[in-house]
Design a protein. Structure first.
Length: 377
C-alpha cells in the first residue's frame, strides 16, 4: 500500500515547482511594481531557493537518493534562504539599512553550522527502505537523518533566533507602517511561517520523521501564501521601501503654489529636506530658461529630487524621495496632468509674470495629492 505521506510529498513538490515557476516569472515581468530592483532580486532569490532548489534537494534526499551529502546541502540552502528572507524583513522595516548586530549573529551561527555539517560524522543516515535508486522510496519514514547533539543544539539556537527575528521585525513593520491594513498580511504570514521552523526543530531534536514531513508540508503552504501575497499585494513592498517626504509645486517665477509634507522618517532631518528643496528650486528656475534637455532627477546623498515640468503652463512639481522609480514617476505624471486640468484657468491667468499670484487659488491641491499618492500616506 502506498504511503499517504509519500503521495502528499509528490503532489506538494509538483505544486511547489509550479508556483515557483509562475511566481518567479510574474515577479520578473512586473518587477516595477516592487519599487526597487533590490527587493525584486531578493524576492526572486527567496522564491527560487525555497520553491525550487530547497524543495528539489529535500525531495531527492528523502524519496529518490538518500544521501548525507545531499541532505547537508539541503540544510545549507534552506538556511541561506532564511537569511535572504531576513534581509527582506530588514529592508521592509528601513530600506537599505541592515541590522548589523542581528546579521552578525546570523552569519556567525550559520558559519558554525556549516563547519559542523561537513564533519564526516555530524549527520548519520538510517535507510531501512526496501527500495533504492533509481526507484522512488515510498516508505519515506524509513529514511531518517540523525544529527549529532552539538550540531542539533546549534541549529536549534539558530532557528529560534530566526523565528524571533521574523516576529520582531514583522511587529515593528506593522507598528511603524502608515497602512495597517496592508501590513497585517505580513504579520499573519510571519506567524504561520514559524510553524515549519518549529517542525524542523522537533525533527532534529526528537529524530522523528513525522516532523520532517510536517515541516515541508507547512513550508509549502507558507510558500504558496507568500507567493500569493507577492502577486496580489506588491504595493506593500513599494509602500514600505519607497518614501516621499515632500511635494512642492512651483510657478516658473519661483513662487511656491502649494506644499504637502508627508510623514517624516526619523533618519531624515528638516535640514535635509529643506536643503534639497532649495537645491530643487534653484534647479527649476534655471531649467525654465529655454532648454531642449531638462534634468528630471538629481541625487543628493540619500535623497532624490524628482521634478516634473509643464512648460506650457509654467509650473513644476518637485518631489523629495529616498529613491526614484518607475511607479513613482507614473504617479507624478498622473498628478501633474490632473493638477493642470483642475487649475487650467488659474495657471493661464498667471502666465504673465507681472500679475499678482494668489496661492489660495490652489488650496484644494491636497485632494489631488492624496488621490494620486495614497499608497504613501
Amino acid at each position: 500500500m502506498n504511503n499517504p505521506f509519500f503521495i502528499i510529498l509528490v503532489i506538494g513538490y509538483i505544486i511547489s515547482l509550479t508556483i515557483c515557476i509562475f511566481s518567479s516569472t510574474y515577479i520578473s515581468i512586473h518587477y516595477v511594481a516592487y519599487g526597487t530592483k533590490v527587493m525584486t532580486i531578493l524576492n526572486l532569490f527567496t522564491m527560487i531557493l525555497t520553491g525550487f532548489i530547497y524543495s528539489t534537494l529535500f525531495f531527492i534526499s528523502v524519496t529518490v537518493y538518500p544521501s548525507v551529502i545531499v541532505w547537508k546541502l539541503t540544510i545549507t540552502i534552506g538556511f541561506i534562504a532564511l537569511g535572504i528572507n531576513a534581509l527582506i524583513y530588514a529592508f521592509l522595516n528601513e530600506y537599505n539599512k541592515i541590522p548589523i548586530f542581528s546579521f552578525l549573529i546570523y552569519t556567525s551561527l550559520l558559519g558554525f553550522i556549516i563547519s559542523l555539517l561537513f564533519f564526516l560524522d555530524s549527520i548519520q543516515l538510517i535507510n531501512n527502505s526496501s527500495n533504492s535508486f533509481p526507484y522512488l522510496i515510498m516508505e519515506i519514514s524509513e529514511v531518517n537523518y540523525i544529527f549529532r547533539i552539538e550540531l542539533a543544539f546549534i541549529i536549534t539556537i539558530f532557528l529560534i533566533f530566526i523565528g524571533i527575528y521574523y516576529l520582531y521585525f514583522s511587529i515593528k513593520i506593522y507598528i511603524n507602517s502608515r497602512n495597517k491594513q496592508l501590513t497585517k498580511w505580513l504579520i499573519v504570514n510571519t506567524l504561520f511561517s514559524c510553524i515549519p521552523i518549529i517542525m524542523l526543530i522537533l525533527y532534529i531534536d526528537l529524530r522523528l520523521t513525522i516532523y520532517r514531513e510536517l515541516h515541508i508540508f507547512f513550508l509549502w503552504i507558507i510558500y504558496s501564501s507568500a507567493a500569493f501575497m507577492l502577486i496580489k499585494k506588491p504595493e506593500m513592498f513599494l509602500a514600505l521601501t519607497n518614501k516621499i517626504y515632500n511635494i512642492n509645486i512651483y510657478h516658473k517665477s519661483g513662487i511656491l503654489l502649494y506644499s504637502y509634507k508627508f510623514e517624516k522618517e526619523k533618519s531624515i532631518t528638516d535640514s535635509d529636506i529643506w536643503g534639497n528643496i532649495l537645491i530643487g528650486l534653484n534647479h527649476i528656475l534655471s531649467e525654465f530658461i529655454d532648454k531642449k534637455d531638462k534634468i528630471d532627477v538629481m541625487k543628493t546623498g540619500a535623497l532624490d529630487i524628482v521634478v516634473n515640468y509643464n512648460i506650457d503652463y509654467g509650473f513644476a512639481v518637485l518631489i523629495i524621495t529616498n529613491q526614484k522609480n518607475d511607479v513613482l514617476q507614473k504617479f507624478l505624471d498622473n498628478f501633474t496632468k490632473e493638477f493642470r486640468e483642475k487649475y487650467e484657468h488659474e495657471l493661464n491667468d498667471i502666465q504673465d509674470l507681472n500679475r499678482i499670484i494668489d496661492i489660495s487659488d490652489f488650496k484644494d491641491t491636497k485632494e489631488i495629492i492624496e488621490k494620486n499618492f495614497k499608497i504613501y500616506l
